[in-house]
Ligand binder design. Sequence first.
Ligand code: OSB
Ligand code: MG
Length: 356
Amino acid sequence: MPLVHFFETSFGRTYERRIILARVEDADGAEGWGECTVGESPSYCEEWTDSCWAALELVLAPMVVGKEIESAAKTWDVMKPVRGNRMAKAAIETAIWDLEAKKLGVPLWKHLGGTNREIACGVSIGIQDSVEQLIEKIQTEVDAGYQRIKIKIAPGWDYDVIKQVRSQFPDIKLMGDANSAYTLDDIDLLRSLDEFDLMMLEQPLPYDDIIDHAKLQREINTPICLDEPIKSPDDARHAIELRSGKIINLKNGRVGGHSESKRIEKICRENGMPVWCGGMLEAGIGRAHNIAISTLAGYTMPGDVSASKRYWHEDIIEPEVTVSANGTIIAPDAPGIGFEVKRDRIDNSTVKKWTI
Ligand code: OSB
Ligand code: MG
């Protein structure tokens, strides 16, 4: 699926997405849908589209299909013998949650334990060809009502860019996401960003680090938000104990699905660590799952969950995800993910299909 506009991070540009969807069916013929939120190359994390396809086809689907699973919440345990591969696991795991909620006739957000039906939304804006373009894009999103603006940063697209953005938009909730583009050697530059009153600085240091982030957090005032390194409840606990940051961007795919997100949300809520739901340029099914999980009480900050039309000319769900004028999304009340899956739209874009 081609993106409406390319998305550039410190690790590169994405023009179109190759997305794996998982459809599960139980013995009664009930169905559920999940989306593998992995990237096309192993640059955000070790997993990528083709590693997930292999993991799903050769290991995970054969492990789950035909099993009696007491509840969706137990799916994680069935796949536990497999290490890592969390984004692949999440495709199946979230599909089974959708199936279970549909069978029970309840909206997924309620079934997951959500309490806050109207979720707060922010946007993530990639690196642009010019600062003028970036400022134009920010203006569009501020006008649309989004509650906070995240801009991608990287060496050469940091201090001066943020300075210009800040002077144009002195009062918005603004943050930067470096996707691991810096090291502790850049501490002076990272400290200099303190003057812009950023809501947070997301993942400045290496993707697997929580030690140097703790050192950095002691040296700067801007709250650090961790993304890439938090893959499990233990990772979240360790980051809290080490004070590696003050906020967590909690991505369903990165942690292996809804059950693990729920466990991390609980640990963070009990320890006063705010979380928000991150995005991976999802199509509608992944987006719908993000909306559902964002309704949990610990998700106290605006997430990267935004309208379908920012990404797609035509999404794969109906209705498409829309955002209110105050930058919120209301979780749907229909059973399961609460959106219709557009089978024709999916079939027309499908290049490979495998059934077990
Ligand atoms: O680091 O949050 C990130 C997209 C792809 C990979 C990593 C990230 C992102 C985003 C986009 O920031 C969030 C979205 O709008 O889906
Ligand atoms: Mg990030």
